[in-house]
Design a protein around this ligand. Structure first.
Ligand code: GDP
Ligand code: ZN
Length: 348
C-alpha cells in the first residue's frame, strides 16, 4: 500500500460503517438511495449511531415529543448500508420504551455521503457518514506533529463528497502553526486555532449551527477535548494513551451524533473514532478540481485528459498562472490543487 497512514495497524472505524460492494460510478458523487414502496404510517427518523446491527434513531426531532428509538433494518434493506446521519422511515413500535424494537423500512435520499476505501487502490468503498454538510478536521500544532499530507487526505475525501472542510489546529500553546498553515494557502477552508484554556468555542460553535458536521482527526490531537467543550454532555473519553505503544486510544470505538446547542441555535456534531486511514480509491479527481471554481473553468481549455500536474503539457491552468491571469493568489491555489491531485494520484 502506497498511501500514508499514521499507524495502519488496524481499522479503527470498526463495525459502524458499512461496506458497499460495488464499483463506483464516476458521476455518482451523491449516490441515490433506492426508494422503497411508501409506508404510509412510517415516521422519519435520524440515525444517530449503529452498534452491532442495532440502530439508535431519533424521532420527532426538534419537537416536544423528540425521543430515541432502537431499530433494526427491514429484510428488504439488508443489503443497503445505513450509517450515522441517514434519514430513515421507521415502522412498528416507535415508542422507544425499553425492550421495544422499531423497523427501518426505507432510506431517504442522501444529500452527501462521506466515503473511504480500504486503501487507494481499492475501489470497494465504505460509507462513513451520510448527510454531513461539513467536515471539521482536527490537527495538533505539535504532539503529535501535524502532517499536511494527512490533512490533504481528509480534504480530498470531503471535497469528493461535496462536504465543506473546516480546519482546527489545536495545541497552539505548544508550537506556532504558521509554517504548517502555509500549506493550505489558496485552499478555500476556514481555519481555527486553539490552545489550552483558549479554545475558540464561540467561533467554532457559530459554524456548527444549522449544520451537520463530522469531526475527524488522528487520535491524540485533542478532538475529544474539543467535542467535550462544545457539547458538555458528550462525555467523550480524553487522553487515553497507551503507555506501552505510546499510541492514542479511544475508549469509544463507534461514530456518534451529538447535539450542539449554542446561542445561535443547534447543530449536529458527528464524532468519528480516530481515523487511521482514509483510502481514496473511490475518489473522482474531477471532484477535487471542482472545489477550485475558477481553476475548473480554465481547465475546460486543457488538453483532453490533462492531469494538471507539473509535467502536464499545455495545461491551461499552468499557462494562466504563468501569465498572471489568476492574480497573486493564483499560483498558491494551483499549487494546492496540484498537491491534492498528487495525493490522490500517488496511490494509483
Ligand atoms: P483525541 O485523541 O484527539 O480525542 O485527543 P484528546 O482530546 O484525548 O487529547 C489528547 C491530549 O491532548 C490530552 O491529554 C489533552 O488534555 C491534550 N490537549 C488537548 N487540547 C490541547 C491543547 O490545546 N493544548 C495542549 N497543550 N494539550 C491539549
Ligand atoms: Zn490542465
Amino acid at each position: 500500500m502506497s498511501w500514508l497512514t499514521d499507524d495502519d495497524d488496524e481499522d479503527d472505524f470498526g463495525f459502524d460503517e458499512a461496506d458497499i460492494r460495488m464499483r463506483p460510478n464516476p458521476k455518482a458523487n451523491r449516490p441515490r438511495t433506492k426508494r422503497r414502496p411508501a409506508h404510509a404510517d412510517a415516521s422519519i427518523a435520524r440515525v444517530l449511531g449503529v452498534d452491532r446491527g442495532r440502530y439508535q434513531v431519533l424521532l420527532d426531532e426538534d419537537t416536544p415529543e423528540e425521543h430515541d428509538v432502537v431499530a433494526t433494518r427491514a429484510r428488504e434493506l439488508r443489503k443497503q448500508p445505513i450509517v450515522t446521519g441517514d434519514r430513515v422511515r421507521v415502522v412498528g413500535d416507535v415508542s422507544g420504551d425499553t425492550g421495544t424494537l422499531a423497523r427501518m423500512v426505507s432510506i431517504e435520499e442522501r444529500r452527501t455521503l462521506l466515503r473511504r476505501s480500504a486503501d487507494d487502490t481499492d475501489q470497494v468503498e465504505r460509507v462513513v457518514v451520510a448527510n454531513a454538510d461539513q467536515m471539521l478536521v482536527v490537527v495538533a500544532a505539535a504532539d503529535p506533529e501535524p502532517r499536511a499530507r494527512l490533512v490533504d487526505r481528509y480534504l480530498v475525501a470531503a471535497l469528493d463528497a461535496g462536504i465543506r472542510p473546516l480546519l482546527v489546529v489545536t495545541k497552539t500553546d505548544l508550537a506556532d502553526p504558521a509554517d504548517f498553515l502555509a500549506h493550505f494557502e489558496g485552499i478555500d477552508i476556514e481555519v481555527f486555532t486553539s490552545a489550552r484554556g483558549e479554545m475558540p468555542l464561540e467561533r467554532i460553535g457559530a459554524s456548527l449551527v444549522g449544520r451537520s458536521t463530522v469531526f475527524v482527526g488522528h487520535s491524540g490531537v485533542g478532538k475529544s477535548t474539543l467535542v467535550n467543550a462544545l457539547v458538555p454532555t458528550a462525555g467523550r473519553a480524553t487522553g487515553h494513551v497507551n503507555d506501552v505503544t505510546g499510541r492514542g486510544r479511544h475508549t469509544s470505538s463507534s461514530t456518534v451524533s451529538l447535539r450542539y446547542r449554542g446561542e445561535g441555535g443547534s447543530g449536529w456534531v458527528i464524532d468519528t473514532p480516530g481515523v487511521r486511514s482514509f483510502g481514496l480509491g473511490h475518489v473522482d479527481p474531477a471532484n477535487i478540481l471542482r472545489a477550485y471554481t475558477d481553476l475548473a473553468l480554465i481547465a475546460e481549455d486543457c488538453p483532453r485528459g490533462c492531469t494538471h500536474l507539473p509535467d502536464a503539457p499545455d495545461c491551461a491552468i499552468a499557462e494562466a498562472v504563468a501569465d498572471g491571469r489568476l492574480g497573486p493568489s493564483g499560483a498558491a491555489r494551483f499549487d494546492s490543487l496540484q498537491r491534492l491531485l498528487t495525493t490522490f494520484a500517488g496511490g494509483r
